[in-house]
Every structure is written in C-alpha cells, then in structure tokens.
Write a protein that binds this ligand. Sequence first.
Ligand code: FES
Ligand code: FES
Length: 237
Amino acid sequence: MTEKKNKKKSLGEISRREFLIDAGIVLGSTAAVGTAALASSCGGKTETVTSTVTKDGPSKTVTTTVTDVVEKLVPLSCTEDGQWVIDFKVNGKRFVEIVEPNETLHHLLHEKLGFKSIKTFCSRGGCGSCSVLIDGRPILSCMTFASSVHGKEIWTAEGIATEMPALIDAYVDNECMQCGYCTPGFIVTAAALLKRNSDPTTDEIREALAGNLCRCGTYPVHIPAVKEAAKALKGGR
Ligand code: FES
Ligand code: FES
C-alpha cells in the first residue's frame, strides 16, 4: 500500500484534499458517505457546478455554487483513491466531476448527470445510439473513458435541440422515429455533418450516418430530413 502511494506521488498525483486546496477550493461538505460537494473559499466568478462521488453504494450528486477563482480549467488530477477530477462542459454548462478510471462517458453523462437522450443498444461500439459530440466530432460515449473529456466541450441531443431546432423539426416532419430509441444518436451525427457541411449530398448524408443503426428501419427518411434541415439552417432557422 505504501509502495502504491509512493508510486502515485512520484507520478505527480495528489490527494483529493490537496487538489481542492491547490485549486483554491475546499472540501465543502459530505452530505452522505461517499458524497462530496465542491465549494469555494475565495472570491471571483460564481457559477453552479455539479460534483458526484461514487464509492460504496449508489452515487449521489450535489449541486453547489462555487467560485472559479482563476477562471480557468481545474487541472486534471488523480485522487489518492485513483479517481480522476475532470473539468468539462456539456451543452454549454460547466461541470467538475470525480470519475472512476474505468468509467465510461456514457455512464457519467447518462447515469450521473441525467442526459437521458444518450442511449445504448450495444455498449460495444457497434450501433451509434450513444453518440455525443466532443469538440464538434461525433464520438461513441460507450467506448470513451469519462476521464478523457477533461477540458472538452460536449454536446448531446438535448443541447442540439436548443441550438438547432430546425434539425429536430425536420426529423419530426419526416417521421424519422418509430420507437425513437436510435433517434438521438442520428440527431447528434447529423448535427456534426451539418456543422461542417451546410449542403450535404445524398451520398454524404449516407456516409455520415452509416455508423448509426435503427432496428425499426427508418433509414430512407433520414436523407430528406437532413436535406430539409440544411435548407432551413441556411435560411437562418
Ligand atoms: S451503445 Fe455505443 S455504439 Fe452501441
Ligand atoms: S426508430 Fe426504433 S430503433 Fe430507430
């Protein structure tokens, strides 16, 4: 155990308490065993940050108003327990979270933070239903470690519905959903395509959506839906 701790220290890793103090943040409260809230001790810009700790038993989430003293990213750090402290944004909102080293991004976003649009058909990289945008690129959240999104900007279908309502309208108008389970994954992938290509051809849409599977067989209607959305977005909708 001593050897393990020494090894961590030699890698520049710090304890959770050391990390929080270094970052100008103190351990604010423990509402229950395994749950910690991050609270600030200094002045600066105030915003709401959600922090979740899972150790034994179900995870609990505490949302606390904190002060970002340095107005920059909390550094990526590892606690004594081998968990990672990560700082990232989802749909424009900032989160600072403590995650397990083997935790998937899907678990963090869907189970802990409540972004329920993100689905899992397969959980092994084969269907696209768990897609989210990371820095504008569609990524499979079931195959991505949560710890890898430190400093990244994530968008889910919830955020895209707000940012690109024309895409949602086009999907509704073209009846792209039967059961609807796969639809958020298609929306996220289509949004990524439209952000980099404002006038995609049929082949380009097919290629972009090729990684998304639909067990209800809605494939043909995604083509006119994306074209309709492209037209609407070009018209400023
Ligand atoms: S659930 Fe992630 S690719 Fe199928
Ligand atoms: S609409 Fe049912 S899986 Fe695609």
